[in-house]
Design a protein around this ligand. Sequence first.
Ligand code: ADP
Ligand code: MG
Length: 556
Amino acid sequence: MGSTSKRQLPLSSSSSSSSRAASGQGNAAVRSKTPASRRSVTPNSRVHSNEDDSADSGRVRVAVRLRPRNADDLLSDADFADCVELQPEMRRLKLRKNNWSSESYRFDEVFMESASQRHVYEVVAKPVVESVLNGYNGTVMAYGQTGTGKTYTLGRLGNDDASERGIMVRALEDIIANTSPTSDSVEISYLQVLQCEPVDNIQYVLDLSLAVGSCCFSTILVRSILQFHPAEIVHSDIEWLQDLLAPEKINIPITEDPRTGKYRCLVLQLLKFEILTIFYKQLQIGEANRHAANTKLNTESSRSHAILMVYVRRSVHKKVEDEISSQEKVNRSDVPGGSRIPIVRKSKLLIVDLAGSERVDKSGSEGQLLEEAKFINLSLTSLGKCINALAENSPHIPIRDSKLTRLLRDSFGGSARTSLIITIGPSARHHAETTSTIMFGQRAMKIVNMVKLKEEFDYESLCRKLEKQVDQLTEEIERQQKKNLVTRSEFLEKENTRLELEMKDFLNELNHQKDLNVLMRDEVASLEMSLKHSKIKLAITMSVLPCHIVITLSII
Ligand code: ADP
Ligand code: MG
């Protein structure tokens, strides 16, 4: 319930205005200028075109369902006409004021008593479920007086008759059928919001701890509550949030992320599953825990709000990759390794079975029960105030007033695709409750959410992939290094042998040269000796020569 939402101009509750609101004519111009779907601009998200997004797609869709007459109605209203008349083909409901006049209201869908569970699912919830599978948050919520069929519409398990299965079961069947167990994940948590009269909280906690087995958490809670004077206990202390899949968790805090403004329940059990039988079992356990807690608290399930949260995480495959614009492909490759960054869509489906919307004096409550019913109605009153504020474009939306409205922040005026089914009975005895339920639905129809694709780069899986790659590369390097080491030592050994051989050759050569040298020296010595002899001979010859010459000349 963000205050930033685009809202339609306030419309009066008169029949003509109601009709305009439903048909979308009155403010078509306004809406067409302000497209209801918004894309995130964070670096993690991306702009994505979706042909299905009409300007009206973000508006809260509201359907009305009439419960068949029950034995009580038949007995007490035998002589009276029903207080409502449905015209499904015109999507109109006529509410009788008296025998002479009536008011008509238009809704997005009007279901007769005979409408099947399958038809209701397909019209009210299936578009939301499909949206969740495509990466948008979604909410399906039932509002109405106790006994008008909220739990029947949403929570029926259909164990005995499969055609009776309600929206929760059908939605999960569709989600499981359309997700892959290898690349996607589906998780659920199931909780209830209960409200108790402050003074009796202590008793409730003790009772509840006996019901679910004594646990430290309860003891701590009892102590912390004892330290308060009842007058000091603020509203949120009397509004408890219990995990229906781990019922010992009975006062789960909701924290607000200061950066994003989103609310989160920290300790809520998240159950991951891939097969439907586990879900059926968990839903049954949740229902049993809801019943056990309510029995111990001396109340009924219809006095608490039950919320099934389904978290869907889907990897975007090739088909969707193809839809990425070329500009975006450029953007993605800007990131290091960007062209290969996987994309993930993380969306959440809330299925909300609200407490009965009747006034306290109509709920037949007494004493303690009456007090509790008052507080439950306070929680619903907070929701009503938020719906009014959003419908009237008020600058302040009192979401912080209750845990319920904080949990539904995204559903009204937020970024979720929301369908509301209001349930009514035919009996004229409940004319006032039926009127107030119809008015709630009419106001909700004026709210336009800014539907936003919950898509981001899957850095987690990219990181895992890169880590794996780094490990593989490290292993490869180590292997190579080992291999290199072996090769190097082999090389050195060979080199060593080669050098040794070379050295040997060199030594041999040296010895040979040495021998040659000795020979040469001997040769030189003998040559020197022969030279010496020759010189002597020459000298002798020279000394004898002049006599010869003289003799020869004299002969001549
Ligand atoms: P709520 O949750 O609004 O208090 P329930 O869903 O418990 O009301 O319905 C009260 C009774 O009316 C149940 O017995 C349920 O089976 C019956 N009921 C409600 N809506 C229908 C319907 N459309 N068709 C048949 N039975 C219905
Ligand atoms: Mg119910």
